[in-house]
Design a protein around this ligand. Structure first.
Ligand SMILES: [Zn+2]
Length: 100
């Protein structure tokens, strides 16, 4: 039970080379049409990944710029008890910021 979850850089490199060889072999077996389709699919997936990454970045930027209000405090700033949207803390009775 050693290095099971974290492969060493050498192992990663080997895995990567193996995967690349397999992709290469699969590509060579394909007809030009199939290959074009596979490349198209890979490109599409990459664009989708980029789009979802971009959406995350946009959201983070919007939150940072303050255009999206942060959710109300989830913990009482006075006593630290979790609160669920009321005006006052159920634990210590202090008024909660951002409510009403
Ligand atoms: Zn409190």
């Amino acid at each position: 039970m050693e290095n099971k979850t974290v492969p060493s850089p050498e192992e990663l490199q080997k895995l990567l080379e193996k995967a690349q060889r397999e992709v290469q072999a699969a590509l060579e077996k394909m007809t030009p049409e199939e290959r074009a389709q596979a490349e198209l699919n890979a490109k599409k997936r990459m664009e989708e990944d980029r789009a979802s990454m971009q959406a995350l970045m946009d959201e983070a930027a919007a939150v940072a710029a303050g255009s999206i209000p942060k959710p109300a405090a989830k913990f009482c700033p006075n006593c630290g008890a979790p609160v669920s949207g009321g005006k006052f803390c159920a634990n210590c009775g202090k008024p909660l910021p951002g409510a009403g």
